[in-house]
Design a protein around this ligand. Sequence first.
Ligand SMILES: O=C(O)CCC(=O)C(=O)O
Ligand SMILES: [Fe+2]
Length: 443
Amino acid sequence: MDKSCDQSHDSLPSMEEELLIGQKEQMPAVEVTGNVALQANQDSKVPSSVPLSNSNVVLDRESGETLAEFKKPIENMAEDNPLPRQRTDYPETNPSKAEEREVNQGSISPWQQTVSPPKREVASDTQNPDAVGQTQSQQHAEKRRRNRLQGSGALSGLRKPGTRPQRSLPAAVNTSQKAADMSRDPSTEPGSLENPGLPGQPSSLSFVFEEVTVEAPIKETVHLLEEHGKHILSRTNAGESWVMFVPNFLQEDESDVSFKRLIKELNWQQRENTTGDGEMYTEPRMSLWFGEFPYTYSRVSWNLNKEWNEQVASLKEKIEINFDHKYNSVLCNLYRDGHDSIAWHSDDEYGLGKEPNIASLSLGDTRYFEMMTKKHALEEKEKYLPLGSKLKIPLSHGSLLIMGGATQHDWLHRVPKEYHDKGIRVNLTYRWIIPDNRDHVAK
Ligand SMILES: O=C(O)CCC(=O)C(=O)O
Ligand SMILES: [Fe+2]
């Protein structure tokens, strides 16, 4: 266990709402431009057939030097990888296929349950056999009672802590338009209890209601974590989950130099991956692996790469000295702009051991790192953060985030796409591959 982490205070994360999140732009002195094609063609230095408009060129603002050029395959950039990099070590914690898709499409918790609405309901008390013999006020009271019961029944027992309640709102539908549709469903055939109109025709007196499940306009609870220090997230049967956040781990000038060097010197690659259904997709980011062992996550494998880049190695040493923890490998990620992302996953490969310690150093534009508890952890009793809520950590230029304890077992994390101007961001996630487990890195 990381000694320096044990020494630090176990403070709760800030409970501020998302509204308080402020963008602290810390743009290093580099410039990304997509207009080089135009300039190049005007200068006639580049053959016009070269499709440069599909690329980002990174310029050093001070020297004007080109640091790197990244191709942007727009057709692949539009979508995030369709499935998260979900590992299979702990199958009971994995969201189902359908849930995984939801996770990638939006901010719905993967364990959120959908309330199946009853197909149709008749909302006309005047046609209701139960209403016969009742006075008008009795009928109104009965109607209110039914509505109350119906309202509570729609959600009872189905919603788990932390999920957004789904409200079933009745939506009036045109009965004549729906007549053909209704005749296919015996329970809504006119004349049945559900639809007391005459057989063969919809009742002119009754309104046919269709229950539509809509997202309740209730904001998901999002906690912003931006305070320096160790934060205990949860305690479950698997143990304590914690993160250590050091917003200014590197000085500004050290961050700037590292950022430029990493962009320029690393042989960044955009990898192809495969979904659980066997569909190929291009990862929406660039990456590179350094380590004395090969590494496999999802269905992407990296060969061992012992030729450590000098800057990546010296940053590793700096973290090791400060936090008394050793790392023997690193997955480097480069997010070209806000369209690049990494989907919900946990770094829980067997080769990383039971309680992986992962040190994540960020350089360049600030991106939000989001965390949420896995399904199984929701059932646990002891907790600090309300399980099911989401955590947002602004990973800024020079910041360090260490994840430890049961975090990979009980929590998922991602860097979502952002649909406003975002510059390049480099992230180095240092890990320790247990030599004895190295042959089982792939699952
Ligand atoms: O870019 C980041 O901050 C996260 C990267 C990550 O989660 C990973 O490489 O496993
Ligand atoms: Fe990760």
